[in-house]
Write a new protein. Structure first.
Length: 512
């Protein structure tokens, strides 16, 4: 479909209403070629989502391998964020299944504070078109953890003991801070009143514990890092946390074969096995390899699993270019006309520049979050492209308006004296004269898009943000650099490409 759209656009560009040597024509051709170079979307596979922590990645890979081995095409969108993002993606059809926990379903998704049986949870989910497997075999409850020597030094054994130490610094995940079964109800239940509480990424929190930046953090009971960092789990002596039995949630429209394979995983993973798989993932920095131990417990440690790095890099870069290319094309096609309109001044011009400026001030993460709940968007590539398009507008609109406003009055009057129509003056004189400024705005927008596109991975849109998120989860700098370095190189290449395009797009007399 994308190829057909590309063909239409490429052919349609031949009949544009301006001369082939004009600046606008050249801009349109370059933008269209960028679109035509985007990767072709394959047929839709079964899409698996996972949250942004090791165990969810590994369970997602187990589901992927189970379906792939049975000949079902799959795609795993890793580290898409927290519960609500995954749940909305499942309900909206952007993903087909993901691993979840019964306590989270009851508390966060169904918003129930009473004790629900497994059958009641399944019944409530069925009402909104979602199915659930039986438990996979382990309970991964929330826990509060500390360094063992620190807990022993203070004589801390239970969560209740924390009441006597308000000076302790808490580093808690952002999701735990906001959950119905998280920090606020926990403090009320145990009557805790610490003086210092900060939000921190789940994986980075372990490093903060190790270096003493925080004293207490939330964790999952099957986290491999609990033993790796010699942590102690504070006893939930008042039984605050419910059971968090791992299950798979799936759309009821998912094909019967895939559903049967998911049910085949029920009761197959106990807590010891899950801890081992988590430890393997964090030791090897390879979720696919860790998942393979579920299928082949005695596999040799030298065996290679999953995609090779060159293949992954090509996939990440291709999607990154697609995101940045499409969004830049939209920014050019919308931004230049808006800039022309804004250059005329007046109330309309101020509104256009004001809107573009306000959008630019919205943090990129917030912009993604604002778009996700809206109809048509959701957790999808189009959401990421729309956010990047909005982010790229301001440099193009402002530079176009500024370039046109800076044209000398004498030149404008000469064009009028020649008897040229307003349209002819715009296409043949004003836009070519402003071309350096306009191209500068497009160049700035392109570099911004390449850098900001790494955040698209937060909603499962892929790109070079994937290894960055994975590296943050594993607290592994090498994995982070697998995405950060190519993104930086790509931004430099885009800048260099536009420097070369100066010779094509800018009239000779205006070049520096």
């Amino acid at each position: 479909m994308k190829w057909l759209r590309c063909q239409f656009l490429c052919r349609g560009s031949r009949s544009l209403p301006w001369d082939a040597s004009s600046f606008p024509y050249r801009i349109a051709v370059v933008a269209t070629l960028a679109l035509c170079g985007a990767a072709v979307i394959d047929a839709q596979p079964v899409v698996i989502g996972s949250k942004k922590f090791t165990e969810s990645y590994v369970l997602g890979e187990i589901a992927k391998r189970s379906l792939s081995d049975a000949g079902i095409p799959t795609e795993h969108r890793q580290g898409m964020g927290g519960t609500i993002i995954l749940w909305e993606a499942l309900r909206g059809g952007q993903i087909d299944l993901y691993p979840e926990y019964t306590g989270t379903i009851a508390q966060e998704i169904l918003k129930r504070t009473d004790q629900l049986t497994f059958e009641q949870i399944a019944s409530e989910l069925g009402k909104v078109g979602v199915g659930m497997t039986e438990p996979l075999g382990f309970n991964n409850t929330y826990a509060l953890v500390m360094l063992r020597n620190r807990a022993q030094e203070l004589g801390l054994r239970t969560i209740s003991d924390l009441r006597n130490h308000p000076e302790l610094k808490f580093g808690l995940t952002h999701e735990f801070l906001d959950r119905q079964d998280g920090w606020r109800p926990l403090t009320q239940h145990y009557q805790l009143n610490p003086q210092s509480v900060i939000g921190i990424d789940h994986a980075l929190g372990y490093g903060a514990l190790a270096n003493g930046s925080v004293d207490v953090k939330d964790a999952y009971s099957t986290d491999a890092k609990i033993s790796e960092y010699d942590l102690v789990v504070l006893e939930d002596n008042q039984k605050f946390f419910p059971q968090y039995k791992a299950v798979f949630l799936y759309r009821l429209g998912l094909n019967d074969k895939a559903v049967a394979l998911l049910h085949g995983l029920e009761g197959k993973i106990d807590e010891a096995k899950m801890i081992r798989l988590n430890a393997e993932a964090e030791r090897t920095k390879n979720y696919t390899r860790a998942a393979s131990l579920y299928f082949e417990p005695n596999a040799a440690s030298t065996t290679t699993y999953g995609e090779t790095f060159p293949h992954k890099l090509a996939r990440w870069t291709g999607r990154h270019l697609e995101l940045a290319g499409f969004s830049l094309l939209l920014s050019v096609l919308v931004g230049i006309p808006l800039g022309i309109w804004a250059s005329r001044g007046g109330a309309v011009g101020h509104v256009i520049l004001g809107f573009a400026g306000v959008v630019q001030t919205i943090p990129s993460l917030a912009l993604l979050a604002l778009l996700v709940p809206l109809p048509f968007f959701g957790i999808s590539v189009r959401t990421a492209i729309t956010a990047l398009f909005l982010y790229g507008l301001l440099p193009i609109v402002r530079n176009t308006a500024t370039g046109l406003q800076d044209i000398p009055r004498a030149l404008r009057e000469s064009a009028i004296a020649l008897g040229l129509s307003p349209s002819a003056r715009l296409w043949q004189i004003h836009l070519p004269m402003a071309s350096r400024s306009i191209l500068g705005g497009i160049k700035t927008s392109a570099v911004i898009n390449v850098g900001t596109a790494t955040l698209a991975a937060l909603i499962g849109a892929g790109g070079l943000g994937e290894p960055i998120l994975s590296g943050l989860n594993l607290n592994d700098h090498a994995t982070i650099l697998q995405g950060a370095i190519p993104a930086a190189v790509l931004a430099l290449l885009v800048q260099s490409l536009f420097d070369l395009l100066d010779r094509v797009l800018i009239p000779k007399g205006l070049r520096l």
